[in-house]
Write a protein that binds this ligand. Structure first.
Ligand SMILES: [Zn+2]
Length: 416
């Protein structure tokens, strides 16, 4: 049986059927499967491994709390992917299309979120005749360098509204700000902003926010929130170590290599990680500058994109087609996936890249958690209670799982 490189080998995560299942036309039989059979981003397998292994590197003062909760932190490593079925705000947190911003090292791209939003948000107003006009942004650059006053306005009125559906702005404060800066005296009837960051992903910026939230949770010794944030952060840091999470060609769709996303981050770890990878990564390190730390990981991932794609392309040309894709079983369902031997050849040709990135992810996750704990003043964790989930929280979790199983992903539907 021959399969072309474009054949998807897993179940389409946005639906309940195989997107293009070669097996439907012959043997083996193609069965329908729910989205839960599919393993997104790093695969559920790798995300859970990364969180579990990160816990095992922690110092005794943290281990006393994390070890009894290791199953929870590992099991919930995949929640951020499940949430992509519940809210449109979730998807952009998993990736950043760096190629949208020029060439490495993307120096013109602001490293902190407020600065990035300042650069990639437009402000619109509705004037007294009722016309909607651009006040700043796009074709109409700001009349002054973003000075302190502008930054203050922005971080007070625009940054907090980033993840609101409603993007309207308070006209009085906007008008006052514009008047004070001698820019405009229009009596705006309404105002709102639009931003273009979400479209290309916000992963390294979102991690900065998570690091602050986690530090605060440690400070307050809020055990439930600590676990919640650690599990989520493990996921996003894991994603930041995957080269294809840093490019708009995330599934090889621009180069005729559809399916490569899952090949690299799901299929290879599932086949080889537990058998072959050295999971010993040493103790976590304290990170002085977490903003740089998160950017370094996505920039390193991005520098590997070319190899991920070119090595696979060359192998697809040199290895006979009938040795590339094979039928396999997953949860009782037949899937078509890259053959084990083919995956092994790809892994070797990448010179152990998948293992290196997984190890780096484990170490980075532990280091981010450890840094938050140190920055919070190394609070005692041993005697914290772990409150039982409230009814509301249980319902939220049920709902998240229900939407995930229904399989309708919101936002960018593909492999992120
Ligand atoms: Zn993800």
């Amino acid at each position: 049986m021959g399969y072309s490189p474009g054949d998807d080998f897993f179940i389409h995560r946005g639906g309940t059927e195989a997107r293009r299942c070669a097996a439907c036309t012959g043997n083996p039989p193609c069965l329908r499967a729910s989205a839960a059979n599919y393993a997104p981003a790093w695969g559920f397998f790798a995300h859970r491994r990364i969180n579990r292994l990160a816990v095992l590197t922690l110092p005794p003062e943290m281990m006393v709390f994390f070890k009894p909760n290791i199953d929870w932190v590992a099991d919930h490593a995949t929640d951020p992917d499940m949430r992509r079925y519940s809210t449109t705000f979730e998807a952009p947190r998993h990736y950043i299309d760096l190629d949208n911003y020029g060439e490495p090292p993307f120096d013109s791209l602001p490293r902190t979120f407020p600065e990035a939003l300042l650069q990639y948000a437009d402000i619109w107003g509705v004037n007294p005749p009722g016309d909607t006009v651009l006040i700043f942004g796009g074709e109409r650059p700001r009349p002054f360098q973003p000075g302190d006053a502008w930054r203050r306005y922005f971080s007070r009125f625009i940054v907090p509204r980033f993840s609101y559906e409603d993007k309207s702005l308070d006209v009085d404060s906007l008008a006052q700000f514009l008047r004070q800066n001698s820019y405009d005296s229009t009596a705006w009837q309404a105002a709102f902003f639009r931003e273009s960051l979400s479209m290309h992903g916000i992963l390294p910026w979102h991690l900065q926010k998570m690091q602050r939230d986690l530090t605060n949770a440690f400070r307050r010794r809020d055990s439930k929130r600590i676990l919640r944030l650690c599990a989520d952060m493990g996921h996003y840091i894991g994603d930041a170590h995957v080269p294809l999470h840093t490019t708009s060609n995330y599934n090889g769709q621009k180069t005729g290599q559809e399916g490569i996303h899952g090949f690299w981050e799901s299929r290879i770890p599932e086949l080889f990680a537990d058998e072959q990878y050295d999971y010993f990564v040493g103790k976590p390190r304290y990170v002085d500058r977490t903003t740089d730390f998160f950017w370094e990981m996505v920039l390193a991932s991005n520098s590997m994109v070319d190899s991920v794609l070119s090595v696979e392309r060359a192998l697809r040309l040199s290895i006979p087609k009938d040795r590339q894709m094979c039928p396999d079983m997953r949860n009782g369902v037949v899937i078509i996936a890259p053959c084990r031997d083919f995956a092994a050849v790809y892994q070797t040709a990448l010179q152990g890249m998948v293992e290196r990135r997984m190890r780096a992810a484990i170490h980075a996750v532990a280091s981010a958690w450890y840094t938050a704990w140190v920055d919070a003043g190394q609070p005692k964790l041993g005697d914290m209670d772990l409150p039982i989930a409230t009814e509301e929280e249980q319902q939220e979790e049920e709902q998240m799982k229900k939407l995930f199983n229904a399989g309708k992903m919101l936002g960018r539907p593909e492999e992120h």
